[in-house]
Design a protein. Sequence first.
Length: 329
Amino acid sequence: MAFDNLKLDKALYSTGKGFTQALEEIDPSEQYRGTALEGLDAYERQLKRFGIRISGMGSDRVEKFFRSADTAALFPEYIARAVQSGLENTDKTSSIVAATTLIDGMDYRSLSCESSAGGVVGEGAALPVAQVLTKSALVNMRKHGCLLNASYEALRFQRLDLLTVTLHKIGADIAKELLGDAVDVLVNGDGNTGTAASVVNKAGSALAYTDLLTLWNSFDTFNMTTILTSAGMAQQILALAEMRDGTAGLDFQGTGNLVTPLGAELIKSAAVPAGALVAFDKNCALEKVDAGGIVTDVDSLIDHQFQRASISSTIGFAKIFPAATIVMD
């Protein structure tokens, strides 16, 4: 069936696959290769079909989404994509997780790996055992989001690009909260025994370069790839004489990329306790568990045109290898 003859309704949101994926099964993108519509997904083709422009100076008003039942069915996907875009533009958690697991429900147990002593195995001797087990405690899944309390009458004449900016901010707020959850799990563990990070202490009250060396040297089988810290501690690191490298300084002034202490990426976050450094191996430390991405209240957004529509994302984090994280306090 051609994209301009499809009947759209909110049932496409209830398939469990997501609106765009459900639409792709009806109208596959593969059949548009070599045409003017190549590069657009099924949702974007529907925007083109109805002439809805969601960005730029010529963007349409919100009311254009509600001129028919078909166009109204596109509105929740627009909301979800705008929020997701805002989340991705400011997201830091994706760069610090080793693996992302998608789940359909709310109950999920991660894995733990316990190994016996390794070393050289003599002829006829038994190989060391690495035992993979399911953890006893469930991953703590937390919902982040907000309630959009704006009537259609209040927004109908507003341009979509302005609404998109507002939705981007909601996504950015979710990203900030997710980073806070990730920091909490890295430091305090995921609720299972022995998953809290080990702690090393600074030599004095103020941070010194030798403290960074101590932190780096505390890693044995893992690498210190990333350091999360508060704004105050980030400033102390950048102020160290050993960090005042001319080339690195020019890069920081020109691009805003922070100087990397001992090769580790430095990430500033208000979620880190004051005075602490959270160092870890991003390839081994943290698992992100996602229960469905950005979720919108479809009925409210379509049938009631905005009144008290919820936007949320349910995410949890689990420690993979606890020894891959060390905190300096």
